[in-house]
Design a protein around this ligand. Structure first.
Ligand SMILES: [Zn+2]
Length: 133
């Protein structure tokens, strides 16, 4: 896999604004966030709910495919496993050429990396020796 550049954002708003190509000041607070669910189906959520969910999770990211950049926001309260899963998702996007059609296929590709990582983390949890069995 070719090298990847990580762009860390200090705030969620900065990361989202960069994704939307807007300044933080002009970040839309209302309206909807369009995305794809795990099965690649198109979804729309209220922007305010979406930002609240990501803020609670403590991490969010997106990729600039051609430039091989991963934009990330990671809050101090983010769980290590969530950050690993986020990175797996974004690296999944960069694992091969971008799939633009049909809509949602590219997201399903990245979601597969995410699910494999979730399984690996859960399995590792059961396999790791306990300090005090
Ligand atoms: Zn994605």
């Amino acid at each position: 896999m070719s090298p990847v550049k990580i762009i860390r954002h200090r705030t969620l708003e900065s990361c989202v604004a960069a994704y939307l190509g807007k300044s933080v000041k002009n970040l839309p607070r209302r309206g909807y966030w369009s995305c794809y669910d795990r099965k690649g189906r198109s979804r729309r959520y209220l922007m305010s709910c979406t930002l609240r969910k990501w803020r609670k999770l403590g991490c969010w990211g997106w990729v600039q495919h051609r430039q091989r950049r991963i934009h990330l926001w990671i809050a101090p309260h983010a769980a290590f496993a969530e950050v690993v899963i986020l990175l797996a998702h974004e690296l999944g996007h960069l694992s091969s050429k971008r799939i633009n059609r049909p809509a949602g296929v590219e997201e399903r590709k990245a979601n597969l990396f995410e699910r494999v990582t979730e399984k690996a983390l859960a399995l590792a949890e059961t396999l790791m020796p306990k300090e005090n069995p």
